[in-house]
Design a protein around this ligand. Structure first.
Ligand code: FEO
Ligand code: CA
Ligand code: CA
Ligand code: CA
Length: 620
């Protein structure tokens, strides 16, 4: 058991603790105005505790942590919070935002469902009385945290002004939490390793945890990704008696960051050694059917999933791109065996249960291949510890190791260009990469700025097993030679660091949200727009600056491109508070109180809608 609550960010970005976060004073990086760019005047880097958008734009806060989701839920009073209230309210730390028009199948841009996942909790900003030690967490605190995880579905509507509000009494409104019953399907369902005392069949799970990024499907469901699931389990990996399972837990770094096992034995590996294997999956949610059971789709593999970006291949196969977000992990894609049929939704809801999972190998000559994770093929055989396809999927990381996949700089989100079909894969950073570990796809040692790879599948076919690739942008300041930044030759750009989520607008511009700029460049995280084709290719312009302490996530457009949704995750979170060097942020004295800015309210993770005051398309 850890003696006290350690900074999650410090563990994720090992070694970053030495960087001091400067929160006061003028922004040190102000060379961000891009000349001659149409559409909007680019912002400059900011350390201000405000959400900034360009002139002519406005934003509205659509839904915040603690807002009532289920009819009858109370509003947020953090001083009298209970697990029961939280399970009826909007969860914490919103990450992925999916906009699904209402009614289903319509292209409405004025009414739809916002499907939002909740990555993790920050008890130091949620609870008024807590000294930071996980052994002092009460059962009630843990159960509030469990209820603040998962997914929220809320109906939302555009008003005449362009602002959005959510509908309090919609029958679609729904909460999934760390306790909601979910199914397990696909090749690993029913495998002995997935059985627990709660579920002797290996086909049911309580809840989904650490959901980060995701995607929407052509049949109107949402894929939500279980990312850093490894932080939730107490006991020790060394105490797990089955040595095969112990090896899997080690490969995934299972440990206790949150202290939940003290109050819930299912998170205690000494009692439930299989429970960590029931997380790390992509979960499919049908928001149009509030009674539907969410399903963990094991065919997509088990890792720290970031992104589940869905594209239809020419002959109707469904392709899902996904990253494993950790230094030196891999980029994957899944190709369905069956084909999408717009007239058969029930059939489409089974498409993600059968197919082939591939992992990427990038060659230094600009080519690459997708290597299948197929039991019995190549090294994926009993002699290497795999007894079945289920075990290949549960231990996908080791399968990818054996196949010789390329170790990447923390693969985050993926987006597919709506016209060219090119695939853009984000590598957020990797400060652990040494000078002797670089390759052309991960070309910088101590990569603190991140980069985006552009990948073209052979013959433009997303089911292809070969591709060509290049570095699209290498983040950092292109005018500082030490950064080795690259924006297709442009120098007069809004430079950025630590790209995380990406989305395309209808015009083929790539919208990038960042997570980690305060550590990399001492400016708040934000949103940048980059042209991908034509003379402006690679030209980045800053569109939004978030409040202090947040990362910006989500990005999603309405079909008409007149509304741009983002999630403001963990406003007010101090990145390095445990190091004693950064500024502390506490419930009583947070470094931001976004979005309410009320003296009696802590910061609240929120989904915001950004729109042009003249009603035009965002970014045009
Ligand atoms: Fe939760 Fe990879 O960001
Ligand atoms: Ca992310
Ligand atoms: Ca992402
Ligand atoms: Ca993130």
């Amino acid at each position: 058991m850890l003696a006290r609550y350690l900074s999650r960010r410090r563990l994720l970005e090992e070694g970053m603790a030495g960087l001091v976060l400067a929160l006061a004073g003028p922004p040190p990086c102000s060379r961000a105005q891009a000349a001659g760019s149409p559409g909007f005047a680019a912002l400059t880097h900011s350390t201000e505790d405000r959400l900034l958008v360009p002139a002519g734009y406005a934003y509205s806060v659509v839904v915040r942590w603690g807002d009532p989701v289920i009819p009858g839920a109370p509003g947020l009073d953090p001083r009298t919070q209970t697990p029961r209230k939280q399970a009826l309210q909007f969860g914490y730390n919103c990450d992925c935002v999916g906009f699904l028009p209402l009614p289903r199948g319509a292209r409405s841009s004025a009414r739809g469902l916002l499907v939002v996942n909740h990555e993790y909790t920050n008890p130091g900003l949620m609870f008024p009385r807590w000294d930071g030690r996980i052994e002092r967490k009460t059962r009630e605190m843990v159960e509030i945290e469990l209820a603040a995880h998962g997914v929220s579905v809320v109906e939302a509507q555009r008003e005449a002004s362009g602002a959005w509000r959510y509908v309090r009494r919609s029958p679609y409104n729904r909460r999934l939490t760390g306790e909601t019953r979910m199914a397990i399907s696909g090749p690993a369902a029913g495998h002995p390793w997935l059985k627990s005392s709660y579920d002797s069949a290996g086909t049911l799970v309580r809840g989904t945890l650490n959901n980060c990024s995701g995607g929407t499907t052509p049949w109107g469901t949402v894929l939500t990704c279980e990312e850093n699931f490894h932080f939730y389990f107490g006991g020790t990996v060394e105490g797990v008696t089955d040595q095969s399972i112990r090896a899997v837990h080690r490969r995934y770094g299972v440990q206790d960051l949150y202290g939940w096992a003290r109050h819930h034995t299912r998170f205690d590996m000494s009692r439930e050694p299989h429970e960590p294997l029931r997380f790390g999956w992509v979960v499919e949610v049908d928001p149009y059917d509030p009674s539907s059971v969410p399903v963990k789709r094991t065919a997509l593999g088990r890792f720290k999933h970031e992104a589940a970006t869905v594209v239809l291949a020419r002959r109707g196969h469904v392709v899902v791109y996904s990253g494993d977000d950790e230094p030196f992990e891999y980029l994957y894609k899944f190709v369905s065996a069956g084909r999408y049929d717009p007239a058969n939704r029930a059939g489409n809801l089974r498409l993600l249960d059968a197919g082939t999972l591939y992992v990427a190998r990038f060659r230094d000559d600009g080519t690459g291949e997708w290597l299948p994770l197929r039991f019995g093929q190549g090294p994926l055989i009993p002699a290497n510890g795999f007894a079945s396809q289920a075990e290949v999927l549960i231990n996908a990381r080791r399968a990818a190791d054996l196949l010789g996949a390329t170790k990447m700089d923390r693969p985050e989100d993926v987006a597919v260009h709506p016209q060219t079909g090119k695939v853009y894969a984000v590598m957020t950073n990797n400060i652990a990469r040494g000078a002797d570990q670089v390759d052309r796809a991960n070309p910088r040692p101590d990569n603190r700025f991140g980069h985006i790879i552009e990948l073209s599948e052979e013959a433009g076919e997303h089911t292809a097993t070969r591709f060509r690739w290049g570095i699209f942008i290498a983040c950092g300041n292109p005018n500082n030679p030490h950064h080795r930044a690259y924006y297709q030759g442009h120098k007069d750009v809004s430079w950025l660091a630590t790209p995380d989520n990406v989305a395309f607008d209808a015009a083929g511009r790539l919208w990038i949200t960042t997570d980690g700029q305060p550590a990399a460049i001492k400016a708040n995280d934000g949103v940048y727009v980059v042209e991908t084709e034509g003379p402006g290719r690679g030209l980045a312009r800053m569109f939004l600056s978030g409040p202090v302490g947040c990362e910006v996530c989500g990005p999603a457009f309405t079909p008409d491109n007149r509304t741009f949704f983002v999630a403001i995750q963990h406003p007010g979170e101090a990145p390095y508070e445990e190091s004693g060097r950064g500024k502390a942020s506490t419930f009583a004295n947070p470094i931001s109180r976004f979005p309410d800015y009320r003296a009696d309210m802590p910061p609240r993770p929120s989904v915001v809608a950004i729109y042009r005051q003249d009603g035009g398309k965002v970014g045009s």
